[in-house]
Ligand binder design. Structure first.
Ligand code: G3P
Length: 217
């Protein structure tokens, strides 16, 4: 499973990238706003740092402008994935841009039917939002599982990019049900290492190292 980082914060991406944990990056208008940076400048910096796909989202809602924005975004670097919303206009832009050979990430997916449409429009990635479904008492993980089944039934190559990840359990469960990619905030990826038994075991080893005066260097 690939790990994408869901942020436009350069320092946070760099920290995880140095550890080999970054297969790509996803951004959206809210994350760009949070960064306080110009979308083109910050996206260019991210693309220079990360070799995998970097999703940059269009701002328009009509297909023609989305296509024009997408063509401008892909000029930033060869690893841009144009992010478009799951609307008919977004699907039209997806079809045109993917036919031109560009990667497209179709975002704001909340149903299997929407995921089917995105795959048929040639999406490289489909982004179902787990957390936002959980927020309204639905089961986000069930959607990931259903899309996996449907895509496998028909051999669709669109990659399932589990998004709106809020907890470490979302990541483990996405892996269990076969998501191709997860995108998560840096804090959630970093929290994956935590286990109280690891801390407890290390404390015991450190006590014995001290007591026995064990030295390697
Ligand atoms: O990139 C989109 C997505 O990950 C948003 O997450 O937490 O705002 O629902 P959230």
């Amino acid at each position: 499973m690939k790990f994408f980082v869901d942020t436009a914060e350069i320092a946070a991406i760099a920290e995880l990238n140095d550890l080999g944990m970054v297969d790509g990056v996803t951004t959206n208008p809210s994350l760009i706003k949070k960064s306080g940076r110009d979308i083109i400048e910050v996206t260019r910096e991210i693309c220079a740092m990360v070799s995998g796909p970097v999703s940059a989202e269009v701002t328009a809602t009509d297909a023609d402008t989305m296509i024009a924005e997408g063509r401008k975004l892909v000029e930033i670097a060869g690893n841009i994935a144009v992010k478009v919303p799951l609307t008919w206009d977004g699907l039209k832009a997806c079809k045109v841009l993917s036919d031109e050979g560009h990667m497209v990430n179709v975002t704001l997916c909340f149903s299997v039917n929407q995921a089917l449409l995105a795959a048929k429009a040639g999406a490289t990635f489909i982004s179902p939002f787990i957390g936002r479904l959980d927020d309204i008492n639905l089961d986000g993980m069930e959607l990931i599982e259903d899309i996996r089944t449907v895509y496998d039934n028909y051999g669709f190559e669109t990659q399932i990019l589990a998004a709106s990840i809020r907890s470490v359990n979302h990541i483990a469960d996405s892996a269990r049900v076969g998501a191709d990619v997860i995108t998560a905030p840096p804090s959630v990826i970093k929290a994956m290492v935590n286990h109280p038994l690891t801390d407890k075991g290390l404390d015991a080893f450190l006590a014995d190292i001290k007591a026995a005066g064990i030295k390697i260097l």
